[in-house]
Design a protein around this ligand. Structure first.
Ligand code: FAD
Length: 615
């Protein structure tokens, strides 16, 4: 029997991040997955990042994870979304070459010390006195460990739908994970059913690109990883086309044949990633929807038509796709489909992603009701770090909403649960002015270094960057301008006689660093990328100061820990409904209790009084 510190089940985006993180932390780690060759496969769209999601990738990278590095290596088109808006809501996105992405992930895992990859199906858990102590594989082999992380994605009792045709599968071409799903059910974990879908894949050689609009990447591509500065491979453009009234008529006429509208699917789908059938029904007045034609690789003719995922039968898919401009003669390489799968209600988890009632078992990724590679990867990292800490008997780490999108997501999941597949948006973060994609390293690399998941090499680069930022900041603070001097440089300020530092002037949205450098030549010592970062920091400095009061209030409440087994039912003065909600979500801090749906300040006061009594 083999023994490891940490076992990770599943080689998707959560699993690879979890295994790499645990191994970086020094834990002897095994990654058990159905097919080693499929490690890092992108089940759906060949793209990483976007709004909110790009923030998560930057945070994974700041903690020295896999996803940002792999996306940079595989990126064939980089775009910074919302470029015209403020940096707080800008999201880096890259379209990836599928094969290169897998290769990059697999190369990073192979190069990582302490990490063993085992091909096999986990079918059962080893349980010692109520604690999960390993897994049993399909061939009967037993592997023991201090902690197990389950990241089985869409595979638990996965059911693929194309029209009225159903087949079992974890995704197209992969078998589902059924014995483990049954085992989880028998353990009494709260299970639900969700669904997601994917569009048909097209043969790019049969698309009439000449008549279509083309969308190139950015002229100055922005990388995901803080340690990379330029793309690794050739860059390509996407095509843009649109559905039309004929497309919509075909879909409308055949709605009852779609798995979704024909009543074959019970799971709830992602509202923000609707199928084309959903769009036609929900936005009935729209006569056209945009479709991005995204190449799946540099040496691969496959094209992913982003925006038309479907569960309609194959003949209808062919008809509606060919009604779209530029796709009149297109060949479909793989039909679109919907997939339904089991998920576990994430309110059963601690913020470390360990199950409250099953110590030693952590869950991460789509199994927790999320959707998306980035959400999965970020959870994997949290579970990997915490499982490694637990294996060596160290205190867990909890990521706060104040310092990361990772913290926002985990807190949302464990306190509110999900009613549909959860995806990240910038609007979910109340402190989004400080939680920017550009400063993820400033927020998290130090924390990661202290935890032990950040390499010496990255820590050195980070230390150099931080001292350059500090030196730059002090130059900007010492360069002072009177209102007259500022006006002379074209900077409009109140003529109030007050001197302002160059840093303060940079907080004006229309002030450029170059204007200040012309007036104060000593600022030329600041490297351009450091100056850009300081300008972003300056832009939000005043707002962030105001946000700090609120952040401190949350911090105070986060410091009030609610002990395990706290009897919410015994709280006098709370309605039965609120008592029930608190008992179900088992908040672990007063701050988390405050975020449970419907909890009022008065209810919090009651909990606080009880906590004080118990001190
Ligand atoms: P996965 O990437 O699914 O990986 C699961 C891994 O677990 C696999 O390696 C599998 O082999 C392994 N595994 C499972 N069971 C076992 C077992 N018992 N033993 C050993 N190994 C096991 N995301 C979006 O953001 N937008 C979309 O529109 C979208 N559409 C999708 C459409 C489809 C059809 C599918 C399948 C997925 C879609 N996704 C979409 C979701 C995206 O693919 C997932 O969010 C992401 O891959 C989840 O990562 P994960 O690591 O949790 O799981």
């Amino acid at each position: 029997m083999k023994h490891f510190d940490v076992i990770v089940v599943g080689g998707g985006h959560a699993g690879t991040e979890a295994a790499h993180a645990a191994a970086r932390m020094g834990a002897r780690t095994a990654l058990v997955t159905l097919r080693a060759a499929a490690i890092g496969v992108m089940s759906c769209n060949p793209a990483i990042g976007g709004l909110g999601k790009g923030h998560l990738v930057r945070e994974i990278d700041a903690l020295d994870g896999v996803m940002g590095q792999a996306a940079d290596r595989a990126g064939i088109q980089f775009r910074l979304l919302n470029r015209k808006k403020g940096p707080a809501v800008q999201g880096p996105r890259a379209q990836a070459d599928r094969t290169l992405y897998c290769r990059a992930v697999q190369a990073m895992l192979s190069a990582q010390p302490n990490l063993t990859i085992i091909e096999g199906e986990a079918t059962d858990f080893i349980v010692n006195a109520g604690r999960i102590g390993g897994v049993i594989l399909g061939d009967g082999a037993q592997i023991t460990a201090e902690a197990v992380i389950l990241t089985s994605g869409t595979f638990l009792r996965g059911l693929i739908h194309i029209g009225d045709r159903r087949s079992e599968g974890g995704r197209m071409g992969d078998r589902p994970s059924v014995p483990l799903a049954k085992r989880i059910e028998a353990m009494g974990l709260p299970l639900g059913r969700l669904k997601t879908g994917t569009p048909p894949r097209l043969d790019g050689r049969t698309i009439n690109w000449d008549i279509l609009e083309s969308q190139p990447g950015d002229d100055d591509p922005v990388m995901f990883s803080f340690v990379n500065s330029a793309p690794f491979v050739r860059q390509v453009s996407c095509g843009i086309t649109h559905t039309n009234e004929r497309t919509h008529d075909i879909i409308r006429e055949n709605l009852s044949r779609s798995a979704m509208y024909g009543g074959y699917i019970e799971g709830v789908g992602p509202r923000y990633c609707p199928s084309i059938e959903d769009k036609i029904v929900r936005f009935a007045d729209k006569t056209s929807h945009q479709v991005f034609l995204e190449p799946e690789g540099l040496d691969d003719p496959t094209v992913y038509p982003n925006g038309i995922s479907t569960s309609l039968p194959e003949d209808v898919q062919a008809d509606y796709v060919r009604s779209i401009r530029g796709l009149e003669n297109v060949r479909i390489l793989q039909p679109g489909y919907a997939i339904e799968y089991d998920f576990v209600d994430p309110r059963a988890l601690r913020p470390t992603l360990e199950l409250r009632d099953r110590p030693g078992l952590y869950l991460a990724g789509q199994i927790n009701g999320t959707t998306g590679y980035e959400e999965a990867g970020a959870q994997g990292l949290v579970a990997g770090v915490n499982a490694a800490l637990s294996a060596r008997g160290a205190e867990p780490v909890i990521f706060s909403r104040r310092t990361s999108y990772i913290g926002v997501m985990i807190d949302d999941l464990v306190t509110r649960g999900v009613s549909e597949p959860y995806r990240m948006f910038t609007s979910r973060a109340e402190f989004r002015l400080s939680l920017r994609a550009d400063n993820a390293d400033q927020r998290l690399t130090g924390i990661g270094r202290a935890l032990g998941c950040v390499s010496d090499q990255r820590a050195d680069l980070f230390a150099q960057k931080m001292s350059a930022l500090e030196a730059g900041r002090s130059l900007l603070d010492s360069a002072q301008f009177t209102p007259k001097e500022a006006m002379a440089r074209g900077i409009r300020v109140n003529q109030d006689g007050m001197r302002r530092s160059a840093f303060a002037l940079l907080s004006f949205p229309d002030v450029r660093f170059a204007q200040l450098r012309d007036a104060a030549p000593e600022l030329a010592a600041i490297a351009p990328e450091i100056a850009e970062q300081l300008a972003r920091d300056a832009l939000y400095a005043n707002y962030i100061e105001r946000q700090n009061d609120e952040a401190q209030a949350i911090e105070r409440d986060e410091n009030w820990a609610i002990p395990d087994g706290f009897d919410f039912a015994a709280l006098q003065g709370l309605s039965n409904e609120l008592r029930g909600k608190l008992a179900r979500s088992q908040p672990q801090t007063l701050a988390q209790a405050g975020r449970v749906d419907g909890i009022t300040p008065a209810a919090l006061t009651l909990i606080l009084a009880k906590l004080r009594q118990q001190q």
